[in-house]
Design a protein around this ligand. Structure first.
Ligand code: ADP
Ligand code: MG
Ligand code: MG
Length: 251
């Protein structure tokens, strides 16, 4: 479903290469974890997948269901079923979360050739999904992410993901800033979306999240490359020994 081939990328208008020959394959139905020390390029990879214009791909390719997405802009990528949850969710003052979700969902439905949801149908859907994530409806009347706590922002993102039903979900450090109860709620929300025709890329610095979202594969990112890939045992190894061994082997 996702194939990243020899990807090189830098910050636009600079010589600073952050992604340096990255290879990664994620199959439909798979939950892949990307781990790595701070500064290894995890967030940069998620921004590049999203299509942010402040990064520039200089070599390699990103294929989504066999087609290159490099020439697609942010909204085309979203319409094709790619969903990104960022480490630092953006605030949108002046737009109520509920309204934002409704527009996002109807755009997605349009892209899939489905009709617009009526307001009552939308409300029913949102209320059911919000209840699963223990989100108070009052929160959804507030502007997107404005004044939300860390945990509320992450829940709002998982709610958006649950509504949109994307094909490929990329979650960047969804665990950061979450206490253990919020972590479990968010992990349950992600697990509920696991499906044979959907893939997930879960980016995390810590093993903790992977106790709740058990990955099929783990890839360690270091200095912009995948330096080790394998099963979920890698996460346990990292928990015990830290990144030193893997980094030593890669250096
Ligand atoms: P991670 O998410 O793994 O902690 P990041 O992708 O955030 O890592 O950062 C990778 C590297 O790129 C870091 O060294 C960071 O300082 C650098 N970097 C990322 N964005 C920028 C930017 N806009 N300008 C300069 N350096 C950047
Ligand atoms: Mg970081
Ligand atoms: Mg990061």
């Amino acid at each position: 479903m996702l194939e990243i081939r020899n990807l090189h990328a830098r910050i636009a208008d600079t010589e600073t290469e952050i992604i340096r020959g990255l290879n990664l394959t994620v199959k439909a139905g798979e939950v892949a974890a990307i781990m790595g020390p701070n500064g290894s390029g995890k967030s940069t990879l998620s921004y590049i997948l999203a299509g942010r214009s402040d990064y520039e791909v200089t070599e390699g390719d990103i294929l989504f269901n066999g087609e290159s997405i490099l020439e697609m802009d942010v909204s085309e990528r979203a319409a094709s079923g790619l969903f990104l949850a960022f480490q630092y969710p953006v605030e949108i003052p002046g737009v109520a979360t509920m309204q934002f979700l409704k527009v996002a969902l109807n755009e997605q439905r349009k892209a899939r050739g489905e009709g617009e949801l009526s307001t009552p149908d939308f409300l029913r859907l949102v209320k059911a999904s919000a209840a699963d994530l223990q989100i108070d409806i009052g929160m959804l009347k507030r502007p997107v992410n404005v004044g939300f706590s860390g945990g509320e922002k992450k829940r709002a993102e998982i709610l958006q993901m649950a509504l949109l039903q994307p094909k490929l979900c990329v979650l960047d450090e969804t665990d950061s800033g979450l206490d253990i109860d919020a972590l479990k709620i968010v992990a349950d929300g992600v697990n509920a979306l696991r499906s044979p025709d959907r893939a997930m890329v879960v980016i995390t610095h810590y093993q903790r999240l992977l106790e709740h979202i058990v990955p099929d594969t783990v890839h360690v990112l270091y200095k912009g490359q995948v330096v080790k890939s394998g099963g979920k045992d890698i996460a346990l190894e990292l928990e015990e020994n830290g990144y030193a061994d893997i980094i030593g082997a890669a250096a």
